[in-house]
Design a protein. Structure first.
Length: 345
């Protein structure tokens, strides 16, 4: 074979390989495009208007792959797996009440990411923003919308172990005043002022009086439910072995995760509900370990996230310990159920 023939064969092979590669790319692009628009058989997601004053709707972070991944999206609360309307606003964690939202975001930099908390109005416009000193973890808004809280990991990135540090902050959404850390509050434990270098707080949840809140306090290898007073700037221990509390709509019960002996170290929790009047604990009918701050859909139903194929899926379970858990929405996390604005109790 002459040199000219060899060159022609080589060029032909290159052309064939280039054609195969181009066809593969076009095929993959077409599949990706279809996936972006159909979410690979999952929920349909389209751009549209999202507000925080539409009773009967759920707003959450969309985890489905495609152009709207990580955006706040909305669906009817009665059809949580239905078509989604995407807002264009991206959040890692989110919550809303009475037309006010809190969105914890990553700010991508040339070397590393930083994080911030945005206070959002009913049309998802930013009214205030605050630096967050670590990886966002939990977010809540008071029933009146007057206060927002968030938790971040400033050391470590999981609640399963003991070698981590958190920072819980509360902002007044009307004045902009920030309490950068609950560690500034006086701790009352067993009736006495308590101080320790290893104190951590996380998982704030608010009552409707614009004064009372609950949170997790960790110290000396133990966790406690604490009741906080925003005016007195105190937190008082209420119960033991309780993490990520979520106050019921009527303010009488706490949904939470509890460490159960015998479970794996990386998945040690079971969901419970605590009656604040009797201190009676009720285990819920979710057999898996839940690492989330659950949400009350209503007075009878708890909603929470579990790991899924695209990050997380949402499940619900009865709050009285009966029934069974069931998935209500795939590729979703950080739900907030919208209702009518509430005034301080």
């Amino acid at each position: 074979m002459t040199v000219r023939s060899r060159i022609l064969v080589l060029l032909s092979a290159v052309v064939v390989l280039a054609g195969v590669a181009l066809a593969s790319v076009l095929h993959a692009s077409a599949r990706a495009d279809r996936r972006d628009h159909t979410q690979a058989g999952g929920p349909k997601v389209t751009s549209g208007e999202v507000t925080l004053t539409a009773p009967g709707r759920m707003v959450f972070r969309n985890m489905a792959w495609g152009p709207h991944r990580d955006e706040l999206t909305t669906v009817p609360a009665s059809d949580p797996s239905g078509p989604r309307t995407a807002s264009g606003v991206k959040c890692l964690r989110f919550y809303a009440a009475s037309g006010t939202g809190v969105c914890l975001q990553a700010v991508h930099g040339p070397v590393s990411d930083t994080y911030r908390a945005l206070i959002l109005d009913a049309r998802l416009r930013t009214t205030a923003h605050y630096d967050v000193p670590g990886i966002p973890s939990r977010a809540r808004v008071s029933p009146t919308g007057h206060f927002a809280a968030w938790t971040a990991f400033v050391g470590g990135d999981s609640y399963a172990g003991t070698n981590f540090s958190t920072r819980a902050a509360i902002a007044d959404t009307r004045t902009g005043k920030l309490i950068p850390s609950l560690e500034a509050f006086r701790i009352i434990k067993d009736g006495h002022t308590y101080r320790a270098a290893d104190v951590n707080f996380w998982g704030v949840t608010f009552a409707a009086d614009d004064r009372t809140f609950y949170a997790t306090l960790a110290t000396k290898g133990h966790t406690y439910l604490v009741r906080g007073d925003l005016r007195a700037r105190t937190v008082t221990t209420v119960h033991t072995n309780l993490e990520c509390p979520s106050l019921s709509p009527d303010g009488t019960r706490i949904a939470y995760k509890k460490r159960v002996p015998g479970l794996p170290k990386d998945a040690p929790w079971h969901l419970y509900v605590l009656d604040l009047r009797t201190m009676r604990e009720t285990p819920l009918a979710e057999p898996r370990s839940v690492d989330d701050q659950a949400v009350w859909r209503d007075a009878h139903t708890i909603v929470y996230a579990l790991p899924g194929d695209y990050g997380a899926d949402l499940y619900q379970v009865p709050a009285d310990g009966t029934g069974r858990a069931r998935r209500i929405s795939s590729e979703a996390v950080s739900p907030a159920y919208l209702g009518r604005p509430r005034s301080p109790a």
